[in-house]
Design a binder for this molecule. Structure first.
Ligand code: HEC
Ligand code: HEC
Length: 494
């Protein structure tokens, strides 16, 4: 906790000398003034978040800490959390975080973690800096009746708990519910109609009378198509210039000009079919549909292969042995993530790749799908991977070994290899580095990666690619306008 890790070193930590908390990895303005720091949308600065040291020897979380702003947007079919879809509710995620590895607890220590958690709440004496500012000791704030609590800080009744008469489990439950409510409130700025309204992109839509969000009953995908048609028909686009605003927390001018517009068209142009399949297209919108810039689904972009081959050599990931469903599930200790039910599992395929440990990497949702230790997200994952499987079969009707039962469990497990959740793309400058493994530092690097990755797909050199990747047809000259467009999605989040 003493330092905030960045991609170039470390900054003095805002919580030095204290124990773990959510904000250590999900920062906002704690490092705003520090050189090498800045504003964050509740993420950190590290490629992978540092974690408390324990006997397992792990020093970092397997993944990059994602932004929490917009993370719990409501969506059709309900949410999935974590890059691999491990959690079907925020409530489960928060409990498993407080009692999990990011807080220093090993699998199998849940009961002890909850006892400790309740003791921390009960024994707090209110002398901490935040306690002094926000109403005193936990026991007082949580009970919610003391006249000394200012009205605006008084907890609504549904969240109150008397820590002197309540069980450890119940304290844990109530504090979890408070944490969930806090995270659910984290969203980018919107107007009274619920449309995002603060980035130069949003202002561009407004200035040109373009629709800012889907109509009732219109999907994000349909909306994105409609928006592109309208943008292409703009005769005399009204650009956003620095006269329209100014960024306080970004080193860039407040702008949506011709370059951003060119980037927007590339972003929204979908892969052509038939004779038009060679046309230039970003196809980004196939997975990052507006206005949230995510489809809330999971896909393999090739970033796992990129990192693994970077460590073990070109082609290594394609040769990596990955067990099929029966083999995997009959030996969870050898193949699956460690859980309360299997605390000693080795989890080689939910690991950080390293030269010393060939064969170890992170296959994302493959660890969760059809894994009996994670019953809750299964229905949703099955639906998402079945959709993607059918899409893949449409593209290459003669290939693929699962033609008879395309949505059977075993076929979908193979489909899930190296799949991760699509992130939203608003305010990216406040959540670098990018991807689940934090391997790419700038929007330019991400776009360059997609150019490379889509070429690999067309050459048949990417293992289990998402069907949407082959449609990306971009060249080096497209990087600049696309990156400018992504930066136009920045906003001054506070
Ligand atoms: C040690 C660093 C660390 C701490 C402490 C931490 N997180 Fe995280 N958080 C992460 C990482 C890393 C991920 C990505 C995990 C993954 O995808 O497997 C994550 C993911 C999440 C997500 C999922 C976002 C999404 O879009 O799916 C939420 C929500 C979240 N954290 C909330 C919290 C809350 C609330 C707390 C405190 C109870 C907390 N985190 C504490 C590092 C941390
Ligand atoms: C097949 C679906 C798909 C397509 C097409 C796609 N993306 Fe992505 N994108 C994803 C997924 C999934 C991730 C997360 C991957 C991971 O972390 O393993 C991602 C991550 C990103 C990130 C990193 C965001 C972050 O917070 O880490 C950026 C930026 C991005 N995509 C931009 C683009 C652009 C620009 C295009 C078009 C050139 C594009 N994407 C096309 C699915 C897609």
């Amino acid at each position: 906790m003493d330092a905030t890790e960045t991609v170039n070193g470390a900054l003095p930590g805002p919580f030095a000398g204290q124990s773990m908390n959510c904000a250590a990895c999900h920062l906002v303005d704690q490092q705003l003034e520090a050189a090498g720091g800045g504003m964050r949308t509740y993420s950190d600065f590290a490629r992978r978040s540092p974690i408390p040291q324990r006997e397992d020897g792990n020093t970092h979380a397997v993944r990059n800490s994602p932004p929490l702003v917009n993370a719990s947007l409501p969506r059709r079919g309900g949410p999935l959390f974590h890059f691999d879809g491990e959690f079907a509710t925020l409530h489960d995620l928060v409990k498993d975080t407080y009692a999990g590895r990011n807080y220093g607890w090993l699998p199998g220590e849940r009961a002890q973690a909850i006892r400790h958690f309740a003791a921390m709440i009960r024994n707090d004496d209110g002398s901490g800096e935040l306690a002094q500012e926000f109403g005193g000791a936990y026991r007082v704030v949580l009970k919610g009746t003391d006249p000394s609590i200012p009205d605006e800080l008084r907890l609504p009744e549904e969240f109150r708990v008397d820590v002197d008469t309540t069980s450890d489990e119940e304290i844990f439950e109530q504090v979890t519910r408070i944490t969930v409510s806090y995270v659910e409130d984290l969203q980018f700025s919107r107007d009274d109609e619920g449309a995002f309204n603060l980035s130069p992109y949003d202002l561009f839509l407004k200035k040109n009378g373009l629709p800012p969000q889907p109509r009732k009953n219109e999907s994000n995908e349909q909306y994105s198509k409609r928006l592109l048609r309208k943008v292409k028909r703009l005769r005399n686009p009204q650009y956003v210039t620095p006269a329209d605003g100014e960024f306080a927390f970004h080193d860039q001018s407040f702008e949506f000009g011709p370059t951003e517009l060119e980037g927007m068209k590339l972003f929204f142009t979908r892969a052509g079919r038939g004779r038009r399949s060679q046309r230039k297209a970003g196809n980004c919108v196939a997975c990052h549909s507006a206005p949230d810039f995510t489809d809330f689904a999971l896909h393999n972009t090739g970033i796992t292969q990129f990192e693994y081959d970077g460590v073990h050599g070109e082609g290594a990931f394609e040769r990596l042995f990955i067990p099929a469903l029966g083999v995997r599930n009959s030996n969870p200790l050898a193949w699956l993530p460690a859980t309360e039910a299997h605390p000693n599992a080795l989890e080689p395929l939910r690991a950080i790749p390293s030269a010393e440990r060939p064969g170890e990497t992170d296959l994302g949702a493959w660890n969760i799908f059809a894994n009996p230790d994670f019953p809750d997200p299964q229905k949703k994952l099955r639906r998402l991977f079945c959709l993607e499987q059918l899409q893949a079969l449409l593209r290459t009707p003669r290939t693929g070994g699962h033609r008879k039962h395309p949505c059977g469990e075993s076929a979908l497990l193979d489909r899930s290899i190296a799949s991760f959740k699509t992130p939203g793309l608003r305010d990216l400058s406040h959540s670098a580095p990018y991807m689940h493994n934090g391997q790419l530092d700038t929007p330019e690097a991400v776009i360059g990666f997609y150019i490379d990755s889509s070429e690999k797909v067309r050459d048949g050199r990417l293992r289990n690619p998402a069907p949407g990747l082959a449609g990306i047809r971009l060249e080096a000259e497209d990087i600049e306008p696309l990156a400018a467009f992504l930066r136009a999605l920045n906003e001054d989040y506070e």
